[in-house]
Design a protein around this ligand. Structure first.
Ligand code: CMC
Length: 439
């Protein structure tokens, strides 16, 4: 049967099905197809989950057409201007902005957990000095499950809270240790009198041989980047955390699955890929050649930091980062960065190009963030680690929402099977001319 005949007959078959519709507070309604297989013997087919809602969620909302991002209802622009990363973490985890004493208690709890077990520190020596920091982060965060087996009590609210506090507190310590290992410097312990961003900069850049005080503009910029990266509803890494967590695994292992997913250049690894791309482009005169490559379907090259599954408009986070980039560079004493000029010119050229206009491809959060990280002295290989520190808040909030949602079950997608029909095993002597298309 030809493909079109198959489609026509299946269209016929599904035409009269009706489904309950569920309406969220914002965004498109969803068809509830939970009974589609049990009642009609059909699956749906949606590679990449382009039109599939995997859960109900009350944490973050994106309107991709309008370029709107809300955390618990609050616009990202307001949070970026007025809030701090740990206040946003509280908001994402608990659903409301904290009262003064609630925030103080939360900050105290985070401070209480910033150290990591000394034996975890020794894990780093098992990595070669040039190991990618994301590989170290994956290994060491995964190992936290060995230290906190009680976290398996996923339904226990106090364990959930402890897990959240430990992840948020320990991610910077682990990230900084990965960096220190890669440059061969001694590990620097956290200082609990410092706030989150200052503490991270201190652990990254302090040496035992001298006093270190982070530039306040650097700390402020880092905190703002963390606010912008804290959550993004059902993105690939968050969905990975939910899926991994749905089996009841240790939540630290579920977070590790999310870190692994984030690393890829289509997701959080794009911030590193953008800087590599800009470095390769090197000169404004080369931009048209790279734009042509991005448009060429026979070339795998894409403009990194451009395009988004959900945003069909300017990513609101990119807008905020773009506008703060010059200020940060100036305040940190970098008059400019040639990569910033290159990035702005690339954006200008791409946004006037019919290919990008037609497909609604705009700069995303990763397009300008790397330029700020560079100005802060953070090496390119650490960019995605910075993203992971911030996004760990979203991962934990979604993991908690999932384990507390009575509707959530083991995540287990179905498939459209296109392999061989059932057949009998062939003895070696029977295989010649019938099988053997491998190596
Ligand atoms: N450069 C050139 N063409 C692109 C790009 C790009 N960056 N992004 C999408 N397209 C084209 C794509 O080739 C396709 O064209 P056509 O319709 O002719 O086949 C069309 O636009 C739609 O793209 P898609 O791949 O079907 O869209 P998607 O929703 O599956 O992919 C994406 C989204 C983010 C993976 C993709 O835009 C991309 O690869 N961007 C570059 C990597 C990047 O910056 N990732 C960071 C995403 S935001 C932060 C985060 O998630 O962590």
């Amino acid at each position: 049967m030809s493909k079109s005949t198959t489609q026509a007959s299946e269209h016929e078959e599904t035409r009269n099905l009706t489904f309950p519709v569920r309406r969220g507070h914002l965004g498109p309604a969803v068809l509830d197809i939970n009974k589609l297989y049990s009642e009609h013997g059909l699956f749906t087919y949606d590679p990449g989950f382009v039109a599939t809602a995997s859960c109900e969620s009350a944490i973050t909302y994106i309107d991709g057409e309008k370029g709107i991002l809300l955390y618990r209802g609050y616009p990202i622009e307001q949070l970026a201007e007025k809030s701090t990363f740990l206040e946003v973490a509280y908001l994402l985890l608990y659903g409301e902005l904290p009262l003064k004493h609630e925030l103080e208690r939360f900050l105290d709890a985070i401070r209480h957990h910033t150290l990591i077990n000394e034996s975890l520190l020794r894990f780093f020596n098992g990595f070669h000095h040039d190991a990618h920091p994301m590989a170290m982060l994956t290994g060491v965060v995964g190992s936290l499950s060995a230290f906190y087996p009680d976290a398996m009590e996923a339904r226990d609210r106090s364990q959930q809270e402890l897990f959240a506090q430990r992840i948020i507190a320990k991610m910077p310590t682990i990230a900084a240790a990965a960096y220190k290992h890669s440059v061969g410097h001694p590990f620097v312990y956290p200082r609990n009198e410092l706030d989150y961003a200052n503490n991270l900069l201190y652990m990254l850049f302090a040496l035992p041989t001298a006093d270190y005080v982070a530039n306040p503009v650097a700390a402020q910029a880092l905190d703002l980047l963390f606010v912008l990266h804290a959550d993004h509803e059902q993105n690939a890494s968050t969905s990975t955390v939910r899926l991994a967590g749905s089996s009841g695994t240790n939540p630290y292992a579920a977070i590790t699955a999310g870190i692994g997913c984030l690393w890829g250049p289509a997701h959080g690894g794009a911030n590193e890929a953008v800087i590599n791309m800009l470095t390769e482009i090197a000169d404004i005169k080369n931009i048209p050649r790279y734009v042509a490559r991005a448009k060429d379907k026979n070339d795998t090259f894409r403009l990194m930091g451009f395009g988004h599954r959900v945003y069909k408009n300017y990513d609101p986070r990119a807008k905020i980062i773009r506008s703060m980039t010059y200020k940060v560079l100036e305040n940190l004493g970098h008059r400019s960065d040639p990569l910033l000029d290159l990035a702005m010119k690339l954006e200008e050229i791409a946004l006037k190009d019919e290919y990008f206009i037609e497909r609604k491809l705009y700069p995303n959060v990763d397009f300008y963030s790397g330029i700020i990280y560079r100005a802060l002295g953070i090496p390119t290989s650490m960019f995605t680690v910075m993203f992971a520190i911030a996004r760990s808040v979203g991962w934990v909030a979604h993991w908690q929402e999932m384990v507390n949602d009575p509707e959530q079950r083991l995540g287990r997608p179905r498939q459209l099977y296109m392999g061989p029909l059932q057949r009998d095993y062939l003895q070696m002597s029977q295989r010649a001319g019938k099988v053997g298309s491998g190596i």
